[in-house]
Design a protein around this ligand. Structure first.
Ligand code: ZN
Length: 388
């Protein structure tokens, strides 16, 4: 398509693959922005410990504006030695931007979503192909900052994410082939601890792995990819998905932070046991995941959304939206806690069902509304809050 295909290794592109450096990625993002100015925007997430810029590319019809569309975050390169996670996302950026003018499906997806891609969260690590950042810290254990101080890369992503109110995300890794779900900090099988909204999480994770299965039906080469992954015979995988803590317990992960602190359903997707050594191998892993990514992003519109304003129509930001429902006579409170964004919009992913939504903010009378969600289309619920 454009830039990526010419930057493979020297000689025969099949024999080895020269992975992109943080500087290559910066140039690539600038080129994308130049080529597709109407549907892309570059935002600065922050800076690494050595001062390298961490960039995000927003892909949407009005990329500079939060319009109440489901906001999706895709992150690669949190571990700098897992280069495939970076390559996958830059290929996906090409796929969406190039496809916008050639595929009605892609155009529709881009027009109705706010897709934010951070190909390299740990540029210092990527520069030297190290798992860790410049201070030797594993960023994917740093999100609760216990023991180690909060690193600049971690803090940058936390602040950036809090400003966007993402509802769905994926963080890409290599080292295995599976989709890892919240929680990482405790085991479901051993400790019996799992998210309240486990069914919702399973539904989204299976959407990702199921699409690899339908890829298989169209293309036999994909057989045994994530859906049929047999990674490590000793672990229990459900169609390629697993609760993180049942694989191994990890504290301070981005996934648990996103889910528990920001109400964003984050999956940790492991796309290959090791980084491919050829251009063809890199392309193959991308192709295995492409359809899954599209289906996952499509699913971001399941649930309810709307705008919270005062009686004058002025949007109200930072309104907490709490969801409860009747579960066999008991009232259950969802653990996905979200807030309205700076334009007053909220987007709450939900399975079909009947829910009570409570909107609250200091200085206003809280309001609770019951809503039945019957289809996989987003339901609209605008709210007016009255000042106390
Ligand atoms: Zn990793």
């Amino acid at each position: 398509m454009l830039i990526i295909s010419c930057s493979g290794g020297g000689g025969s592109g099949e024999s080895y693959y020269q992975y992109h450096t943080p500087e290559d990625i910066d140039i690539f993002l600038d080129e994308i922005k130049l080529n597709y100015p109407d549907i892309t925007a570059i935002e600065t997430v922050g800076y690494s410990e050595t001062g390298r810029v961490i960039k995000a590319l927003v892909i949407s019809d009005n990329p500079g504006t939060l319009e109440g569309e489901p906001a999706v975050r895709l992150t690669g390169g949190i571990h700098g030695n897992e280069m495939m996670s970076v390559e996958l996302l830059i290929r996906f950026i090409e796929y969406l931007t190039y496809g916008y003018s050639t595929s009605p499906d892609i155009k529709n997806l881009v027009d109705t979503r706010y897709i934010c891609i951070i190909p390299v969260l740990n540029p210092d690590g990527l520069a030297v192909k190290s798992r860790y950042n410049r201070n030797g810290v594993d960023l994917n254990r740093n999100f609760n900052a216990t023991g180690t101080s909060l690193q600049k890369e971690t803090e940058a992503l936390q602040n950036f994410s809090s400003s966007k109110q993402f509802c769905l995300s994926i963080t890409y890794h290599t080292g295995a082939v599976l989709v890892n779900m919240p929680f990482d900090y405790k085991s479901k099988l051993i400790d019996g601890i799992f998210p309240v909204e486990n069914n919702l999480i399973n539904s989204f994770a299976l959407t990702y792995t199921d699409a690899t299965e339908s890829n298989f039906l169209a293309n036999p080469d994909v057989y045994n990819y994530i859906y049929n992954s047999n990674y490590g015979d000793y672990i229990f995988l459900n169609k390629g998905t697993i609760n993180g803590g049942d694989w191994y317990v990890a504290l301070g992960t981005l996934q648990d932070w996103s889910y528990l602190q920001t109400g964003c359903l984050d999956l940790t997707v492991e796309v290959a046991k090791r980084n491919p050594t050829s251009e063809a191998g890199v392309q193959q892993i991308f192709m295995y995941n492409r359809g899954s990514l599209i289906e996952y992003i499509k699913k971001a519109d399941e649930g309810i959304y709307g705008r919270v304003t005062d009686s004058e129509g002025t949007p109200i930001s930072n309104v907490e939206v709490t969801v409860t429902w009747d579960d066999g006579g008991e009232t259950t409170t969802g653990d996905i806690k979200i807030k309205t964004d700076s334009n007053g919009y909220y987007n709450r992913i939900l399975l079909a069902g009947t829910y009570n939504l409570t909107f609250s903010k200091e200085g206003y009378t809280s309001q609770t509304t019951s809503k039945t969600i019957t289809t996989s289309e987003r339901s609209l619920l605008n709210i007016q809050l009255v000042p106390l």
